[in-house]
Unconditional design. Structure first.
Length: 528
């Protein structure tokens, strides 16, 4: 198998995405995860840019990596400056990384209009910078900025820049599609021309996603002969993002037959994607190919029936290869096969009559505005109710919400909840930041003396969606609550014309699911 080296720039190019910022600790943790996954190069950032980057490069030297080389990123020397005196060059060397990535201009327009120097001076800047850093014993990766636009405008000069870097000892020539405006056939044609000219040198590709072609462009470059691919985890990056390594790596490995990180490491891909999203404080992109939560989620009954017979009917790979999993969604589009699969997965009876009964109930509820795709805990409770095995942990007598605005503008929300638990009546009051928070506090206060494990449970997300918007303020709303404890994460749903009631229904399901889950776990650990 031909090998393609993977170069990750999440910690530099990815950080240029709007709304993304990593602390030094974040960057160190991401770097460790990338190394664990098998990435060959990790670009840490631009050492000269700010004190945070300097600290990162100082601390990264203390970490021993198993797979990756750390690369510092910077530019060639400035015009009319001696290379030994250039601030950027000295910062790159001071970072003491085994690899240095150096960006140089290859588009003549950028040389004349941005650098405002002669074309010959730019060639000298590239040549001298590469040679100087190579003499210090570093691996030099030359990023040919705006190469494809430069080649289309002046192919002779763009190739001269590559030749200057190659003659100076660059270890790799990386063709950068900086503006992101090229299409795959252009990338293939131009990359092939470069590979034919520099056959003995490693050729790389670095694409941006402005035409939504960054991944396809990267694969086209590999088909043309490139053996080094740059990108970011989850495609994070400036403007519309960078080439998405979470798509490129499995495509190269599973579709095109190239060696990248190895089959065993590839199984960590989904975990890596979600880890980086979490570190960036971003919600995972559920519809992302390969690693998204919906990548192998099936909703249509006919599809699920076919997959249960042969998984290849509606899946292009086994999701386990990249650490993801198959999901069958429950909705009004479901068939009995969806429900049967849920029953089997939960090790419940495989009763087709029961499956049809549950499906009919799901369709009735979805007609009222319910959705169970992200509320599988509510679906589990529905199954138990239809099977006749559901036992309530408590009974509501009443709840009451009171919201007051004080003269000083402060809003006080108070909730009272009256329940019957284990034959005893509990009537408690709790204040909160809003109605749902107050209800949650009151419900917990009433139940904790009977069910102490509720303390381990946390509400982590709350979503409201209007079901029938044309009804205006009388419209039904669907509330989805996501909760977690030390072991699991689960979603529940409630629907009502009253947003407080919808929230209460979802909240009660969340608590009931937690208590039933704990009871089942205890029963399995202590069988009589």
């Amino acid at each position: 198998m031909k090998k393609v080296k993977i170069y990750d720039t999440t910690l530099r190019d990815g950080m240029q995405a709007e709304g993304v910022s990593f602390s030094v600790e974040d960057k160190l943790q991401v770097a460790k995860k990338l190394d664990e996954f098998g990435i060959h190069y990790i670009e840490g950032g631009y050492p000269q840019s700010n004190p945070k980057e300097e600290e990162f490069f100082a601390r990264i030297r203390e970490i021993e990596f198993s797979n990756a080389k750390i690369a510092a990123f910077g530019s060639t020397r400035r015009a009319n400056t001696k290379v030994a005196d250039d601030v950027c060059i000295n910062a790159l060397l001071a970072a003491k990384t085994p690899a240095v990535t150096m960006v140089g201009k290859t588009w003549d327009m950028h040389v004349t209009d941005v650098l405002r120097c002669s074309l010959e001076e730019n060639l000298a800047m590239c040549s001298e910078s590469v040679a100087y850093v190579k003499k210090q014993g570093r691996e030099v990766i030359f990023d040919a900025e705006h190469f494809f636009d430069g080649y289309k405008n002046n192919p002779e000069y763009a190739m001269k820049v590559l030749q200057a870097a190659a003659n100076a000892g660059a270890d790799a020539l990386v063709l950068c599609e900086t503006n992101g405006g090229c299409l795959p056939h252009e990338i293939h044609e131009i990359t092939a021309a470069v590979c034919n000219t520099f056959g003995g040198l490693e050729i790389g590709i670095h694409c941006h996603n402005d035409t939504d072609c960054a991944a396809a462009n990267s694969l086209a470059a590999v088909r043309a002969g490139a053996t080094h691919v740059q990108g970011t985890i989850n495609g994070m990056g400036e403007r519309t993002g960078n080439a998405n390594l979470c798509t490129i790596i499995p495509n190269l490995s599973l579709k095109m037959g190239y060696e990248t990180v190895g089959a065993e490491k590839l199984q960590l891909l989904t975990e890596l994607s979600r880890f980086v999203f979490e570190m960036a404080n971003l919600s995972p992109a559920t519809h992302m190919p390969y690693v998204g939560e919906s990548a192998f989620a099936h909703k249509a009954g006919l599809h699920i029936d076919a997959i249960r017979k042969n998984e290849k009917t509606y899946e292009h790979i086994n999701p386990a290869l990249i650490g993801n999993e198959r999901r069958f969604l429950i909705s009004e589009l479901s068939g009995a096969s969806n429900v049967l699969d849920k029953l089997e997965k939960r090790k419940m009876i495989t009763d087709k009559k029961l499956a049809h009964k549950i499906l009919q109930r799901v369709q009735e509820l979805e007609n009222d505005g319910y959705q169970f795709e992200t509320a599988e805990a509510s679906f589990d409770l529905l199954i138990k109710k239809e099977m006749g095995t559901y036992q309530k942990s408590f009974n509501l007598i009443k709840y009451h919400i009171d919201v007051e605005r004080n003269p000083d503008g402060r809003i006080i929300t108070e909730a009272s909840v009256k329940l019957k638990v284990d034959g005893k009546t509990e009537h408690v009051v709790s204040e909160g930041d809003g109605p749902v928070n107050a209800l949650d506090g009151a419900l917990r206060k009433a139940l904790e003396p009977f069910y102490p494990s509720i303390k381990d449970m946390t509400l982590i997300d709350y979503k409201v969606r209007v079901v029938n918007a044309r009804a205006g303020t009388a419209a039904k709303v669907r509330v989805v609550i996501e909760s977690r404890d030390r072991d699991d994460l689960w979603g529940t749903v409630g629907v009502s014309e009253n947003i407080v009631e919808a929230s209460w229904l979802a909240l009660v399901d969340s608590v009931e699911y937690k208590l039933l889950k704990d009871a089942e776990k205890q029963a399995s650990e202590n069988p009589e």
